[in-house]
Design a protein around this ligand. Structure first.
Ligand code: XUL
Ligand code: CO
Length: 559
């Protein structure tokens, strides 16, 4: 009998069984049993010797084992399971094959390292008894703390689910949210948070967050500068507080392999920003915002952020009677030019993103929706430096369907990242709910697949558990269920694309643009006279059905 901690997904071994000291051909029976699951480090599996050398007489095991190296290259933190293997030797055993000899020393070391890691991982300081969340497609309906569809390493159209989806936890909702709303105070009290503004509290909270990310298997996080560390009495003190917590963040990121999808500056909570930040009527306020963003970019660079987001919380107006809108938008563009200059100066490589929102907190936000932001960027010659971070709950506030801004920005090559959430379409405000609607997520993932992925952006859960969902477990379930919804969306969208029926039916609607005068108009070569001639010769166009219900029925087939 042999025992080893090995990477696994569900109940499948993924990196072979190095503790065998005999080739499979020498064995008449192999019984494998998985017990105990935990997180672990698979980086040492980077190159598993013996790949492909397993005995073909056990194809069912070999095919799983062959996945090992591919899997290991992509992940550092994975699930480990204790694999117990009992073997029965054949009487006329084949001679020892060389591969196990060659595997054993390396694996002995690896096992020791894994055992050490496992010990560290067993310390469940903040979420005792919860997680890690496992992939369990056979889960009962009431088992919601599992993934039924999200299987990080499963390939869909040539990439793993993890690569397509690039999930991220947002710190402000999940670790700073208290459930308070304009009508009532906090309802959510986390055991690690003493409610003070101390640096100790900030650090404890951050440690809790990293335990959460790891148990969930999410590889990215996002934050606002002021979520991480408290404001001090002066900007210098505030920056020093931030530096202290950022150092801990760097350490935790390094230890867990969790990366920073994006950072952003909170330019809306402090009273100084009541008239706006980059669009304030007071230039001194804009200077403060510029200083804050300077530090934000430095922090983003320090932590290797893959993007940097601007959401103009107070960049808008409440009244046109007291506002010079042209001046405010000119100032916003000038502000972004300073940002580009500093980004280049310090060598920050992340993608800059603007997040549209139609209203709230201001009556009218300047970054109203995707088309408004793209027009603004063109107007001021900034389009090469920015992409968009689309939040579908904001899209619906602009009066558009859920997927509208994702599709519009993607159509122009401007979809940079997604704040994956949803609202209640019957309400007129931003409720930041977890995305749980399969149809919506399918439509979003179709756009993401069609543009060949969202990297360096990702799907950031800018979503908060309801103020009535007060258990720690609710936080896990919310993320796991939303991840599962997007995984379903991904699989559905992949089928829609591979089957090609949508592309075929859509192309059929536009066939008249592919030849003759239609194609000349599309290329910008036709004239009004030429068009007139066609109509004179051929008469009125024949009305064609749009077949909307046919398309809707096809979509339902995939959902
Ligand atoms: C606000 C919102 C922000 C941005 C980042 O509605 O979505 O949290 O995502 O500032
Ligand atoms: Co957002």
């Amino acid at each position: 009998m042999h025992e080893a901690w090995l990477p696994c997904v569900g109940d499948s071994p993924l990196a072979g069984s190095p503790t065998y000291d005999e080739p499979f051909s020498a064995l008449s029976r192999i019984t494998c049993k998985w017990t105990e699951m935990r997180e672990g480090d698979s980086s040492e599996y980077g190159e598993v010797p013996g790949r492909g050398e397993y005995n073909p007489s056990r194809p069912e095991l070999q095919s799983e084992m062959m996945k090992g190296p591919v899997f290991a290259k992509k992940m550092t933190h994975i699930l480990l399971g204790r694999l117990t293997v009992s073997t029965t030797r054949q009487s006329s055993a084949a001679p020892h094959s060389g591969y196990t000899q060659h595997v054993l020393p390396a694996m002995a070391q690896a096992t020791a390292k894994r055992q050490k890691m496992a010990h560290a991982n067993r310390e469940s300081e903040f979420f005792p008894g919860i997680g890690p969340v496992e992939y369990k497609p056979s889960a009962e309906p009431s088992e919601t703390l599992v993934f039924r569809h999200y299987n990080a390493q499963q390939e869909v159209l040539g990439r793993t689910m993890e690569e397509w989806l690039r999930f991220s936890v947002c710190y402000w909702h999940s670790f700073r949210g208290t459930g308070s709303d304009p009508f009532g105070g906090p309802t959510i009290k986390r055991p690690w948070d003493d409610g003070t503004d101390s640096l100790d509290n900030a650090k404890r909270r951050l440690r809790a967050a990293f335990e959460f990310f790891t148990k969930l298997g999410i590889k990215y996080w996002t934050f606002h500068d002021r979520d991480l560390a408290p404001e001090g009495k002066t900007l210098a003190e505030t920056n020093a507080n931030l530096d202290e917590v950022v150092e801990l963040a760097a350490e935790l990121m390094n230890k867990t392999g969790v990366k920073l999808l994006w950072a952003t500056c909170n330019l809306f909570v402090h009273p100084r920003y009541m008239h706006g930040a980059a669009t304030s009527c007071d230039a001194h306020v804009t200077m403060y915002a510029a200083a804050q963003v300077k530090k934000g970019l430095e922090v983003a660079r320090r932590l290797g952020a893959e993007n940097f987001v601007f959401w103009g919380g107070r960049e808008g107006y409440h009244s046109l009677i007291n506002t010079d809108v042209r001046a405010e938008l000119d100032h916003l563009a000038a502000f972004y030019k300073m940002v580009i200059a500093y980004k280049e100066k310090i060598g920050f490589k992340g993608q800059l993103l603007i997040e549209p929102k139609a209203k709230e907190p201001t009556r009218h936000q300047y970054d109203y929706d995707a088309q408004t932001v793209m027009a603004f960027l063109h107007q001021y010659g900034l389009n090469a430096h920015f992409k968009l971070n689309i939040e579908p709950n904001h899209t619906t506030l602009a009066g558009h369907p859920y997927e509208h801004d994702v599709i519009f920005s993607s159509a122009y090559g401007m979809l940079g990242s997604i704040d994956a959430n949803t609202g209640s379409p019957d309400l007129g405000w931003d409720t930041d709910q977890f995305p749980m609607d399969v149809r919506s997520c399918t439509m979003v993932m179709k756009a993401v697949l069609e543009q060949d992925g969202i990297a360096p952006g990702g799907l950031n859960f800018d979503a908060k558990v309801r103020r009535e969902s007060t258990d720690l477990k609710d936080l896990f379930i919310a993320h796991a269920a939303a991840m599962d919804t997007f995984a379903r969306g991904l699989k559905n969208a992949a089928s829609m694309i591979s089957d090609g029926v949508f592309a075929k039916s859509i192309n059929a609607r536009y066939v008249s643009w592919k030849s003759g005068v239609g194609s000349r108009i599309a290329r910008g070569e036709a004239t009004l006279e030429e068009c007139e001639k066609v109509v004179m010769e051929h008469g009125d166009p024949r009305p064609e059905s749009g077949h909307q219900e046919h398309f809707e029925a096809m979509l339902n087939h995939y959902i």
